[in-house]
Structure formats: structure tokens, C-alpha cells
Design a protein around this ligand. Structure first.
Ligand code: MLT
Length: 415
């Protein structure tokens, strides 16, 4: 009989977001059908794509329907028109070229697939808590070892993001080879300063390590002193790979488009010889990725236009205003909340001694508010829930009013 990849049996049973959906569905099944649910759980956009993006989609579809402008297979790394637009938008002052940008259908897949090109012997370090894809794909790739009773994998180096470190990962005292970082960090909503990022780049040089730097939320940074790309840091080109997605920055969760930036200067060892990571990723993508649709790439290019940017800017401001309102309401109810300034996520302490899953259940059952239990993002997420502000104004207002109501009815829920 065929055998499975045994590393899959080391995973916890469900991916975090389907697990939440399952618990919500099972509660709904038994609940009063008139109840309405408010989703501040998964970070999925609630605003439509900007009109210039929709127009670009229609034009691209029309082109594909004409025999003189049909498009078949595109380049695996993306059309030059999109790579050039991204380069001009973000990387032209950062000592990179359009050729060092690889288009894909999501940072979720890119941050998981990147492990393909690295040896099994590498020690993987991951911020804790973090986007669950990093841990899950490290487990699937056979680099994690087994989980202990606390659900922590013995082969992964967890980099605790605690109150003391502003919920960001700091360089460890031990050696690591591959390091997953996200800034602004999902789920804690806090972002690295230039100095902190410099300390990571020097750690990576000292240890000949590579940083996987996820910038999915960088469009939400309001503090203009914070770096938006790791390539703003001198020396990063030799030690970092950057990931960015249009999902959150241009509302592409349903359209799918992202990219990975790898400098041609980035090298890693193959026995005693140095190999170009840029070449290996290009090789990997040409075999395993069929390229992103022409239509979606036209949409992504349109999202970088001046006209679309105006709409997107308004959407982002709107999400962030909702985030501020929610944060203030929670603080007025004596909750301690972090994040929400440079990312649309609030990292909220659970009430006295309540576990993150228990508080998730309480909010779901008592006020039908869907959040994400911090524990789902890693062991250091225990004691917190994440609230997403990717919601409409109406949802945020209703969430605030239900939370206030909950505290009137149950003043004993004490923070
Ligand atoms: C999240 O809610 O953490 C993310 O939006 C989920 C995702 O990007 O897959």
C-alpha cells in the first residue's frame, strides 16, 4: 500500500481558520437561528476592489477574447509589466531590479514553498505567536520533530514575542539557519523598528542565516519611521527574502496575487559550494508553478495606479479608524490591548485566568462575536485573542455595542 508523508501525522488536526469555522458552525447548529454573528476572526477584507481594478479586469478579459490578443501560458515568474510596476512602486531605491521579483498567487504558498529549496538540516526559527502557515509548513517538510505536551515542536526554535519585546521576536542567543519574521506582525499587530531589524540583519550575517520576511501588512504602517521593507536595512540583500501580498494591501484575498523578492546576491551552501537562491527559486517555480493568470496580473498592476491608490488609501484609513474605535472601546471596558496602530489587528489580553479558547467560546456564545484565540498562533499566544478590524463600520459598531452589553450583564468578566 502507498505510504503517506509521515510528517503530516505530527500536525495538529486542523488548520487554525477551518477549526474556527468548524466551532462556529457547530455552535450555530444548536443556537437560535435568529442570532446574527459578527466576524472579527480571519483577516479577510470587507470592502470591494477599487473600480480601476475591476475595469482592468474587464479590459484584460476582453483582450483574451480577441484572437489578435489572446494570452496562453505566461512567464512562471510573472509578466514583465507587473514586475516593473512593483519595482517602480517599491524597490527602485533599494538596490534591486524587476528581475529579482517573482509573482505568485499568494504569500501563504510562497512562505511555505520556500522551504523546498533548503536542506533538511537547517534549524528553523519562528516568531511565536505567528501566522500558522510557518509552523505547519515546517512540520510538513519534516523539519519540526514531534510536538511536546504543550503542543510545541521540539525541532523548531520558537522566538517568543512577549509584552517585554513589544510582541516582536528578538534574535536568539543560539544558532538558527532559517528565520520566519513578519512585520507588522500577524497576529500581534506590532512592527519592527529600524534598529530592531538591523539587529536581525546582523544576526543573520553572523550566523550565515536567511530571514524570511513577510510584509503582508506593511500598507497599514502609520508610523513613517518604521521600515516597510527589510531591504531598507544595509546588508539585508545577502541574508533576506521578502514576501508581499496584494491580499491586504489592495483587497485581493479573492483574486490572489503576491510576490517574493530575492536579491541575486543571496547565497547558501551546497556541500562546500555557494549557490544562488535566486536561481534555485526560479528553478523551483518553473517546475512547480504555472504562473498567475494574465487577468489577475493586469488587476495587480492597476492596483498600483494613482487612481486605484486613492480608493485603497481610503479603505485602509477606514479599517484603521474602525480599529481605533474598537481598541478604545475595549480599553474603556478595562481590557489591555496591543497593536492596532501599524496593523489592523488588536492583540487583546483575555480576562483573568481565562484561556484564549475559553474566551473565544465566551465571546462566540454570549455575544456571537468571532475572534481568533491567541493560542492558535503558537504557545506564546495563550492568554490573548486577536480581533481583526478588516470589518465594515457597521460590524465594528455592533461589536462594540455587544461587548458593552456583555459587561453590563456580566460585570464579573473582569480584566
Ligand atoms: C489571518 O487572518 O491571519 C490571515 O488573513 C489568514 C490568511 O492570510 O491566510
Amino acid at each position: 500500500m502507498a505510504k503517506i508523508n509521515s510528517h503530516f501525522s505530527k500536525l495538529c488536526s486542523n488548520y487554525l481558520f477551518p477549526e474556527i469555522q468548524k466551532r462556529v458552525a457547530s455552535f450555530k447548529e444548536a443556537a437560535d437561528p435568529s442570532l446574527s454573528f459578527l466576524n472579527l476572526g480571519i483577516g479577510d477584507v470587507s470592502k470591494p476592489i477599487a473600480p480601476p481594478i475591476a475595469e482592468a479586469i474587464a479590459v484584460a478579459a476582453e483582450k483574451m477574447s480577441q484572437k489578435e490578443s489572446i494570452r496562453g501560458y505566461g512567464p512562471e515568474n510573472g509578466y514583465a509589466f507587473l514586475r516593473q510596476a512593483i519595482f517602480e512602486d517599491t524597490y527602485s531605491n533599494l538596490d534591486l531590479s524587476a528581475d529579482e521579483i517573482f509573482i505568485s498567487d499568494g504569500s501563504k504558498c510562497d512562505t511555505a514553498n520556500i522551504l523546498d529549496i533548503f536542506s533538511q538540516d537547517n534549524v528553523v526559527a519562528i516568531a511565536d505567536p505567528s501566522y500558522p502557515v510557518y509552523v505547519d509548513s515546517t512540520v510538513m517538510s519534516g523539519r519540526s520533530g514531534h510536538a511536546n505536551q504543550q503542543g510545541q515542536y521540539e525541532g523548531i526554535v520558537y522566538l517568543p514575542c512577549t509584552k517585554e519585546s513589544n510582541f516582536l521576536a528578538l534574535p536568539p542567543s543560539r544558532h538558527c539557519d532559517l528565520i520566519y519574521l513578519c512585520s507588522p506582525n500577524n497576529p500581534t499587530g506590532t512592527a519592527f523598528s529600524r534598529k530592531q531589524l538591523e539587529s536581525w540583519v546582523s544576526y543573520a550575517h553572523e550566523h550565515q542565516a536567511i530571514i524570511f520576511f513577510d510584509t503582508a501588512y506593511r500598507s497599514f504602517i502609520t508610523d513613517q519611521t518604521l521600515p516597510k521593507s527589510i531591504f531598507e536595512i544595509p546588508g539585508a540583500h545577502e541574508v533576506a527574502i521578502e514576501f508581499h501580498s496584494f491580499s491586504k494591501s489592495a483587497g485581493f484575498t479573492g483574486l490572489r496575487c503576491a510576490y517574493t523578492v530575492i536579491s541575486k546576491r543571496l547565497m547558501a551552501l551546497d556541500s562546500q559550494k555557494k549557490q544562488s537562491i535566486w536561481k534555485l527559486w526560479k528553478r523551483r517555480q518553473s517546475s512547480k508553478f504555472g504562473g498567475l493568470s494574465y487577468i489577475t496580473q493586469c488587476a495587480a498592476k492597476a492596483s498600483l495606479s494613482k487612481k486605484a491608490r486613492q480608493y485603497i488609501k481610503e479603505d485602509i484609513q477606514n479599517y484603521m479608524q474602525g480599529c481605533q474605535r474598537l481598541k478604545k472601546a475595549l480599553e474603556d471596558l478595562n481590557y489591555t490591548c496591543y497593536g492596532g496602530i501599524n496593523a489592523p489587528y488588536l492583540w487583546c489580553e483575555t480576562p483573568q485566568d481565562m484561556s484564549s479558547w475559553d474566551f473565544f467560546d465566551l465571546l462566540l456564545q454570549r455575544v456571537q462575536l468571532i475572534t481568533v484565540p491567541g493560542r492558535g498562533f503558537g504557545p506564546a499566544g495563550e492568554g490573548y485573542v486577536r480581533l481583526s478590524a478588516f470589518a465594515t463600520e457597521k460590524t465594528i459598531d455592533e461589536a462594540i455595542s455587544r461587548l458593552m452589553q456583555l459587561h453590563v450583564v456580566s460585570p464579573s468578566i473582569c480584566c
